[in-house]
Ligand binder design. Structure first.
Ligand code: 5GP
Length: 191
């Protein structure tokens, strides 16, 4: 039986990943989003089971102990992980997009070597900083921390299968859709 292809998308905070992902998801009905579990609190507008499964640290650690995660990582003081059962269920009928950072993407690749890793780059470091500042709710300390983390993430992009620059949202989404169209065809007989 064919299984859907996995596409891991990474990109630093402020790169515009959610906007690009929303466009990509809207363009292909055979794509589903892997909903991660996290211990960070929901942001305004985020919904349980849609953006994340919001769980306590205790629950997350219990899930780790029970082998419930395909991969997980701790960053910025919180846990983030991909629950295996929901991913496998989605993969039976669809291709699946995962929004995960580089450690998670590399762990995913180790376990599922067919996964396609795509990194979204900002046009420049200056533009990334400008976008982070324009969010308004981010303190100087947070900006410095995010830029530091962003630099590390961008350094990891050399290990990705594809690097796509988000200079213009539509063009970036189109480029990702082109990659998906090419790789999703690899399925024998389609789904
Ligand atoms: P945010 O808190 O802004 O939603 O996400 C912070 C970071 O966590 C992003 O880089 C996102 O890609 C990453 N992330 C979200 N879910 C997962 C996951 O299940 N596993 C890993 N390793 N990273 C994740």
């Amino acid at each position: 039986m064919s299984k859907g292809k996995l596409f891991a998308i990474s990109g630093a905070s402020g790169v515009g990943k959610s906007t690009v992902l929303a466009k990509v998801m809207a363009a292909r009905k055979d794509l589903r989003f892997s909903v991660s579990a996290t211990t960070r609190p929901p942001r305004p507008g985020e919904a349980e089971g849609v953006n994340y499964f919001f769980v306590t640290r205790e629950k997350f650690e219990d899930m780790i102990a029970h082998g419930a995660f395909l991969e997980y990582d701790a960053h910025e003081g919180n846990y983030y992980g991909t629950p295996l059962a929901q991913l496998e269920e989605k993969q039976k009928k669809s291709h699946v997009i995962l929004d995960i950072e580089p450690n998670g993407a590399f762990n995913l690749r180790r376990k599922m070597p067919d996964a396609v890793l795509i990194f979204i780059m900002p046009p420049s470091r200056e533009e990334l900083e400008r976008r982070l500042r324009s969010r308004g709710d981010t303190s100087e300390e947070q900006i410095a921390m995010r830029l530091h983390r962003a630099q590390w993430e961008m350094d990891q992009s050399v290990h990705y299968d594809y690097v796509v620059v988000n200079d213009q949202v539509d063009a970036c989404a189109d480029e990702i859709l082109r990659i998906i169209a090419e790789k999703a065809q690899d399925l024998d007989g389609g789904i």
